[in-house]
Design a protein around this ligand. Structure first.
Ligand code: HEC
Ligand code: HEC
Length: 204
């Protein structure tokens, strides 16, 4: 009798752990949701849709990109002034499993759409779609997608805050934020081309 009881319990435990594994692969770990709604939300807003343009929107951002950036903050390879001031400390508290969970949580939120209403939006669209050969500026859509939605480690840039986009383009240009790819794309970009791109892409 006793032996049967033990076997049944063991069977229950193994079924339960199989279920937990199956669930773990399709849902977001509770620790990541708790982190997002208690800590990250203070700056990045509910569901990552921040109101202040200092804080990038994370809603609908690419999961692989979020994961890569959190690791870059954690190992200090993204080291522009706001990365140091705001995100180095935050990321130092996160293990790989929580990072993966946070990336899944934010990438699953509805993205914000761009306004495309600024005075320079038409010029911005032209640069985004075709680039500007004279300034070695490539067509952004070639990597960031036709609608600026991004792909894997290439970020969504459509619907991001204007001020944040401008700061990042300037930081790539000056190498304050290191990226060989984006430095090459911005090194000869003029301030007015940055303004035009932001006016086409942003929502602020
Ligand atoms: C005190 C404010 C603050 C908190 C809290 C905070 N962040 Fe940030 N986060 C920022 C700022 C500011 C930036 C922009 C850094 C820069 O300009 O380089 C940023 C950037 C990011 C980026 C890069 C986005 C991009 O488009 O490149 C990710 C991803 C991110 N944060 C995730 C998180 C997560 C996840 C948490 C919670 C664990 C969190 N942040 C908590 C302020 C904050
Ligand atoms: C060859 C591919 C490629 C092209 C072309 C390209 N990008 Fe990027 N872009 C990237 C990659 C990769 C990153 C991520 C860099 C990193 O890991 O820090 C990035 C990052 C960015 C970011 C930072 C977004 C954030 O959330 O912090 C902005 C803004 C951006 N690109 C704008 C542009 C614009 C505007 C153009 C067109 C002039 C452009 N990119 C063309 C590959 C590209």
């Amino acid at each position: 009798m006793k032996i049967v009881f033990v076997v049944t319990l063991a069977t229950c435990a193994s079924v339960a752990s199989t279920l937990a594994m199956a669930e773990g692969s399709s849902t977001i770990p509770p620790a990541a949701v708790a982190e997002a709604t208690s800590v990250c939300q203070d700056c990045h807003g509910p569901q990552g849709n921040s109101v202040s343009s200092t804080f990038p929107r994370l809603n609908g951002q690419q999961a692989d990109y979020i994961e890569a950036q959190l690791k870059n903050f954690r190992d200090h390879s993204r080291s522009d002034p706001h990365a140091r001031a705001y995100m180095w400390g935050m990321a130092s508290q996160l293990d790989d499993a929580t990072i993966a969970g946070l990336a899944k949580y934010y990438s699953g939120q509805t993205p914000t759409q761009p306004q495309k209403g600024g005075a320079l939006a038409a010029e911005g669209k032209n640069i985004f779609m075709n680039g500007v050969e004279a300034q070695n500026v490539p067509a952004c859509q070639a990597c960031h997608g036709e609608h600026g939605e991004g792909n894997s480690v290439i970020p969504r840039i459509a619907g991001q805050h204007a001020n944040y986009l401008k700061t990042q383009l300037e930081a790539f240009r000056s190498t304050l934020r290191e990226s060989d790819v984006m430095h090459a794309n911005t090194k000869d970009m003029t301030d007015s081309q940055i303004e035009a791109l932001v006016s086409y892409l942003a929502n602020d």
